[in-house]
Ligand binder design. Structure first.
Ligand code: WQD
Length: 345
């Protein structure tokens, strides 16, 4: 039985593409809209090679209401939305705040504006543990206080959550599940899709795999003088496929009215904190490949340590991030090797 149509904005991106695969394999009809500002249309080939289904695709900028109106006119049966479409580089957001506020907030408001008249039942929002800032204690639950954002990127996530809450509390006839990701890493086990940042990677794992491949001379470890066991920062690295599966559960939860709540918020993490140096060791153990690296000074704005208490998502969603970190590191390396085989990098 054909399931509902789900709109995935930013669906050719890293987390978006992995989520499209899981949605298709759960039987949903997926429509992607993406402006390709930070991804490549070839991702559609990778998705099709995995699932045998090429998603419907519209190239477009959701900050343009005319584009969003045309999209809903073309696909009148959209029942759920997963909104990934956003600019997401912390450092870049410090340099270009207006680009971040305009892109991330206008996209969300345009989508929310269309939902009622088109009978869309719910929206899953891609949020981030960055809303917690430097938590007072770890692991972090959903009850942890929201701290003042340390970047425009982080602020757009906080403001987006508030916009969704205000719109639904004003009586909008739809629901929302807000997912606060910790650090998504790894790639689909097929190595047909993965993380492919434009230019020099800002995030840790793409830099690790490019340094291991010799594309980058060495990884700079941003500081080893933090108040942590080995001095390097601690994060909760969650396998991107485990993360994608949580989105399918969230969509089903809204479309099948499994909860009375109009808005629900979940931390998506493993519950395990790993330092940068521990992650490098895990990668080397898993792949047998050395990561050339050196310790340098701290990166401005970095949180010292943050990892999730995922108990609420585990219990309420019946979901758990269980891929071992070594398997995840192997998947990231296999993806990097595939990029090399294809002459892409
Ligand atoms: C992880 C750790 C760095 C690169 C941000 C956003 C979050 C999400 C992911 C979008 C830190 C260290 C990194 C490097 C290093 N954004 N590092 N050398 O900053 O935890 O999270 O990106 O989805 O919302 O806040 O991720 O991968 O940049 O850094 O030592 O070359 O790796 O200092 O401790 P971060 P990250």
């Amino acid at each position: 039985m054909k399931k509902d149509t789900i709109l995935v904005t930013g669906g050719t991106g890293y987390i978006g593409s992995h989520t499209v695969v899981e949605l298709q394999q759960a039987g949903y009809h997926v429509v992607i809209i993406d402006d390709l500002s930070n991804s490549n249309v070839d991702v559609l080939d990778g998705i099709e090679r995995i699932t045998g289904i090429r998603p419907d695709f519209v190239e477009g900028d959701c900050t343009d209401m005319a584009v969003v109106k045309d999209l809903f006119a073309k696909y009148p049966g959209i029942k759920g939305i997963i909104n990934f479409a956003a600019s997401k580089a912390v450092g870049e957001s410090m340099q270009k705040p207006i680009l971040y506020y305009r892109n991330n907030l206008n996209t969300l408001m345009n989508l929310l504006d269309m939902m009622a008249e088109h009978g869309v039942k719910g929206i899953v929002f891609s949020s981030s543990c960055t809303v917690y800032g430097e938590p007072d204690e770890n692991p972090v639950t959903e009850a942890a206080p929201i701290k003042k954002a340390t970047s425009p990127y982080g602020n757009t996530k906080q403001i987006s959550e508030e916009i969704i809450t205000d719109v639904i509390n004003a009586g909008a006839p739809f629901k929302s599940v807000i997912l606060r990701y910790f650090n998504p890493v790894g790639a689909h086990q097929s190595a047909e899709i993965g993380e492919l940042p434009n230019g020099v990677p800002q995030n840790l794992i793409p830099y690790v795999t490019q340094a291991a491949m010799g594309i980058r001379k060495e990884l700079s470890v941003f500081g080893d003088d933090y108040d942590t066991p080995d001095g390097s920062c601690i994060r909760d690295y969650i396998n991107v496929v485990d993360l994608a599966k949580a989105h399918v559960i969230a969509v089903e939860r809204m479309l099948e009215d499994k909860s009375e709540a109009k808005i629900e918020i979940f931390n998506l993490g493993t519950g395990v904190g790993l330092s940068v140096l521990e992650l490098i060791s895990a990668f080397e153990r898993a792949t047998g490949v050395k990561v050339p690296h050196k310790i340098v000074g701290r990166r401005a704005g970095d949180i010292e340590k943050v990892w999730a208490n995922p108990a609420y998502a585990n219990e309420v969603l019946g979901w758990k991030a269980e891929t071992p970190i070594e398997d995840t590191m192997r998947s990231a390396w296999n993806w990097q090797c595939r990029l090399r085989e294809r002459g892409i990098m």
